[in-house]
Design a protein around this ligand. Structure first.
Ligand code: ADP
Ligand code: GLC
Length: 480
């Protein structure tokens, strides 16, 4: 049995802020259980829902040196859908009302977490063959493993994988602080290791020390070797290109299934969507303050409201787009200016624009099912799960051709009768609007073509199956 350990800052169902949680929550289940024993370590955040906290069992505790003192490390555990999860408890670090506290607090919280996650392994009796780390919060795991844990036989020979879900966030702070907090030796703070523009970069540490690097789509794996997407690490990405692969994310096909989804108003499948899907739209329109009209094209957005997702493009042309015969429904939280922007448009175009500024899994399901199209004009997108969910629900994505969006949405070609959505190339508001209008045209003037596109979208397979095999191959290759 090969032993794989995920270390991450979020995982469904326990705690989620974005797609990272979906991936960490679903990929372990998809590995072939006959050959892989995959477990997960998360922080014990006080802000986890009580329902999940009640499921966790206290196991034991010990003390660990970190940040010039001896720190309590509590271990909780539980099994969920066949996967063992461990939680690292220390109230000084993980008492919170949301998982991320911002910089510089998160430096201390997640370096503590990374070191503690390694430290608990002998106690829980799990010696992984491969440790799979996710994003900057766990960047120090490969570093600590190489620098602090090699004296102990138990840790020798453990391989590491670092997965980049988003290169924009790297955990950068001044060297002095990071050296002090982490206790790492001077020699790791050089430009070939953690140093980055005179600061220390936790993700870079992971990328230098990990045995293999992956990111969440093929296109993004190529893009981050270039300055525009490389966030200053494109040189390192080029240098390590032999160890870097892009493996596209999947989605959980049980959670996201319009035929069985408990949250949506009316279930449907590829055979019945022509009649049934629209019932989701009218019910949603009714509940969310939109004009009830089965014929009006409804465009959905479910997203973190940040620059990454292209909201400045929307801001620029929203007034113009609202002159058309379309409706918009937005579910999201994030930067205040975008939250207020959507509130403003909802006020200005009552009945046409609905702004749901909060987080709700249930409402997200209703929007994926009830919308006709899904808008995601991202500036960059390592993978993107929302467009995959939209495809599964026969809701045609309108996307910018970048990263995972480019790899998973095939643009409509009216001459060949191919495609599963609509896309544009340049990060330009009018190009986006042109594409939205093209989609409107097809929707209103060629409903037959539109439905054929929905057929194709729903026939795509973005379950984990293929990608899980690629991760297994990678683990096999590392273990040798
Ligand atoms: P990212 O990880 O960059 O935020 P992804 O597309 O990979 O983008 O994943 C986003 C996930 O978070 C999707 O499952 C999406 O449905 C969900 N999501 C985002 N915002 C909300 C919200 N306000 N309410 C419910 N789910 C949300
Ligand atoms: C990040 C990316 C997103 C990706 C997700 C899961 O949050 O922004 O594109 O789908 O991680 O890998």
């Amino acid at each position: 049995m090969k032993k794989i350990l995920f270390i991450a800052s979020e995982a469904v169902p326990f705690i989620k802020t974005g797609g990272l949680a979906d991936v960490v929550g679903s990929l372990p289940k998809e590995l072939d259980k006959r050959y892989f024993d995959c477990r997960v370590i998360l922080p014990y955040y006080s802000c986890m829902a009580q329902k999940w906290k009640d499921m966790l069992q206290y196991k034991t505790n010990f003390y660990m040196d970190f940040n010039w003192r001896s720190n309590y490390v509590g271990i909780f555990e539980c099994e969920y859908e066949g996967i063992k999860f461990y939680f690292i408890d220390n109230q000084d670090y993980f008492t919170c009302d949301r998982p991320y506290a911002g910089m510089p607090y998160d430096i201390g919280r997640f370096s503590f977490f990374s070191k503690a996650a390694l430290s608990i392994l002998p106690t829980i009796g799990f010696r992984p063959d491969v440790i799979h780390c996710h994003d900057w919060q766990t960047g120090l795991v490969p570093v600590y493993l190489n620098v602090n844990f090699q004296d102990n036989e138990f840790y020798r020979g453990i391989k590491t994988v670092m997965t980049i879900h988003n290169l924009k966030f790297q955990g950068v702070w001044d060297i002095k602080t990071i050296r002090d907090v982490t206790g790492l030796p001077d020699y790791v703070f050089t430009s070939d290791k953690l140093e980055f523009n005179k600061d220390a970069d936790m993700l870079k540490g992971g990328l230098v020390y990990a045995n293999a690097i992956t990111t969440v789509s093929r296109s993004y794996a190529e893009e981050i070797k270039m300055p525009y997407y490389g966030e200053g690490l494109d040189g390192l990405m080029r240098a390590r290109s032999g160890d870097l692969r892009g493996i596209v994310n999947g989605i959980d096909y049980t959670d996201w299934n319009p035929a069985t989804d408990k949250y949506i108003y009316q279930n449907y499948d590829p055979r019945t969507f022509r009649k049934e899907k629209v019932k989701n739209k009218t019910a949603l329109q009714k509940d969310m303050g939109l004009t009830e009209d089965p014929d009006a094209m409804l465009i959905g957005i479910v997203s973190r409201l940040t620059d990454q997702k292209g909201f400045d493009l929307i801001a620029y042309v929203m007034d113009e787009m609202c002159q058309d015969a379309v409706q918009f429904i937005v579910l999201g939280t994030g930067e205040e200016r975008y939250e207020n922007m959507f509130r403003h448009f909802a006020w200005k175009y009552g009945g046409k624009v609905s702004a749901q500024i909060y987080y709700s899994n249930e409402i997200s399901h209703k929007i994926y099912a009830g919308s006709d199209a899904f808008l995601m004009p991202s500036q960059f997108e390592p993978c993107g799960l929302s467009q995959l969910i939209a495809l599964r629900y026969g809701t045609l994505p309108i996307v910018r051709e970048t990263g995972g969006l480019r790899d998973t949405v095939y643009p409509y070609n009216e001459f060949e009768g191919t495609g599963t959505g609509f896309s544009f190339t340049n990060y330009n508001a009018h190009e986006m609007m042109g594409t939205v209008r093209y989609a409107e045209q097809v929707y209103y003037d060629k409903p037959h073509e539109w439905n054929k596109m929905v057929d194709r979208a729903m026939a795509e397979d973005f379950s984990w199956h293929k990608s899980a095999l690629q991760y297994q191959e990678l683990y096999d290759w590392l273990i040798g």
